[in-house]
Design a binder for this molecule. Structure first.
Ligand code: ATP
Ligand code: MG
Ligand code: MG
Ligand code: MG
Length: 464
């Protein structure tokens, strides 16, 4: 007998087949006619399949009649057309094998709907809810789309290190990795623990970005991308920051900022197109239950050109907006979430790419413009989430790069290998980073980043 997923068994072309289905019961309803309806879910799709379990089953009275939400079963039977409006098929069981019961007194996922906050306390059970199931299927589709896009565009998938010595963003948000025996630590001259010897005698951290290492491979192999876990020791409790998140970072030689922005736009459009085409059932769920504007917003991203504005133009728009911002905008300071929201939600109701930021607020590696004041940086901002991508054309001129490092109090000797890329056959190049979770948030409409990753790591929450 063929094993089918619930998704497959729900397709009309399975009618008449003998099939084996396996999963978890969502509900049981007993009919007066001497049979029960079981709603079975196996995670393959949002919907359940209805199982018709007849009282003639040998274990009907002893087991089937007592099944409750959360019980795991194997069901064999024939797929038949269903009379119900919601589904084309149902399974008429000839055998029900019960694997595990779930005590209804103790199992928390009963009919009652829980808040997303509450569900975070059950990180081990929440994937069994409709919301988390839908999030995880969409997240998976996005990941596949990411690889498909870059592979089709000729980018090579490169794995950059998780343990590294370079603080790419210079923001001091790195987690230290240590092998030091704290009972007997190496000491500095003034008697303090010598953390510079963290990793068998050298300093080491968890990566905050694979960019610098990505540049090494881009300036040899042309076009590369990384896709891996990223760590930032940010003690911030916002709805869009995690201490551990996943980042996709393409890097391409002989790319300038315009190429970079065009790549970012094609990339986001591609992800949205794939999700809208392949996750219709889950997206309808998000539209209905989470955010009724989500489909319209995604169609805009898919169909309309992204707006491009220089940082300077954006600051002018914000200054003339008549809005009362908590943080007033001033040329030279970073935009806050409220400013990003104004631009993407109130003003344009669409994604916006901002480019050419003041040098003072961006990292040392971004290419300095001829005006001496701005660098070739870009951020892609989207409604509700704000910054989703940060990127730039990189500084390829050795002397300018060294200047910029000194300006930001970095020691060029620490970056000797990075400077070598400019010493030997330097080439213009550019890249960006997309936060996977922010993308999943944007696509699903989920308000909190903690609800789009299986195991969120935020200050004070690392139980699982
Ligand atoms: P933000 O301004 O929101 O703090 P950032 O400018 O520090 O972000 P970048 O260093 O530009 O972030 O990283 C590239 C992308 O990685 C961001 O555009 C965002 O999508 C994502 N990202 C950055 N920090 C986090 C975080 N703590 N949690 C989840 N995603 C993040
Ligand atoms: Mg940040
Ligand atoms: Mg930022
Ligand atoms: Mg950024």
């Amino acid at each position: 007998m063929e094993k089918l997923s619930v998704w497959a068994a729900r397709q009309p072309n399975t009618i008449g087949k003998q099939a084996t289905l396996q999963g978890w019961i969502r509900t049981r309803r007993d009919s007066k006619g001497g049979f029960s309806f079981l709603e079975l879910n196996d995670g393959s799709c949002l919907a359940n399949i209805q199982i018709v379990a007849d009282a003639k089953l040998s274990n009907y009275d002893s087991e089937v009649k007592h099944l409750t939400a959360g019980c795991s079963v194997t069901v064999r039977g024939e797929v038949k057309p269903s009379g119900g409006k919601e589904q084309a098929t149902e399974l008429h069981a000839s055998e029900v094998i019960v694997h595990g019961l779930a005590d209804p007194e103790a199992y928390p996922l009963q009919k009652k709907r829980h808040t997303l906050e509450k569900l975070r306390e059950w990180a081990h059970l929440r994937p069994r809810t409709n919301t988390m199931g839908a999030v995880m299927r969409v997240r998976n589709r996005i990941c596949r789309s990411i690889h498909d896009f870059f592979q089709e565009e000729g980018f090579l998938y490169v794995h950059t290190p998780i343990i590294t010595a370079s603080d790419c963003e210079g923001a001091g948000e790195m987690f230290r990795v240590t092998t030091i025996d704290l009972a007997n630590p190496p000491k500095t001259a003034d008697g303090k623990v010598d953390y510079a010897q963290d990793f068998f005698g050298k300093p080491a951290y968890l990566t905050v970005s694979g960019q610098l290492e990505g540049e090494i491979y881009a300036t040899a192999l042309g076009k590369i991308y990384t896709f891996g876990p990223t760590f930032r020791a940010e003690n911030s409790n916002t709805s869009r920051h995690l201490a551990e998140f996943w980042m996709i970072e393409p890097e391409a030689a002989f790319f300038d900022l315009d190429d970079d922005m065009a790549l970012a736009e094609r990339f986001l459009k591609r992800i949205v197109r794939d999700v809208l085409a392949d996750c219709q059932e889950d997206m309808a769920f998000f539209q209905e239950r989470i955010d009724s504007t989500i489909m319209a917003a995604l169609e805009t991203v898919r169909d309309r050109d992204f707006l491009r504005l220089s940082y300077t133009e954006a600051v002018e728009i914000l200054e003339n907006s008549g809005e009362k911002f908590e943080f007033p905008v001033k040329w030279g300071s970073d935009l806050q979430a409220e400013h990003e929201r104004y631009l993407t939600e109130k003003k344009f109701n669409a994604p916006v790419i901002l480019h050419d930021y003041p040098r003072g607020i961006k990292a040392f590696y971004m290419r300095l413009n001829d005006d001496g004041k701005t660098v070739r940086a870009m951020d892609v901002l989207v409604p509700r989430v704000g910054e989703i991508i940060g990127g730039s054309q990189r500084e390829e001129r050795l002397n300018v790069l060294i200047e910029r490092m000194k300006e930001q109090h970095l020691n060029p000797d620490d970056y000797w290998w990075y400077l070598d890329l400019r010493r030997f056959g330097t080439a213009p190049h550019a890249g960006f980073g997309l936060g996977l979770e922010r993308m999943v948030q944007f696509v699903t409409g989920m308000a909190n980043i903690r609800d789009v990753i299986p195991f969120p790591r935020t200050p004070g929450s690392a139980e699982f």
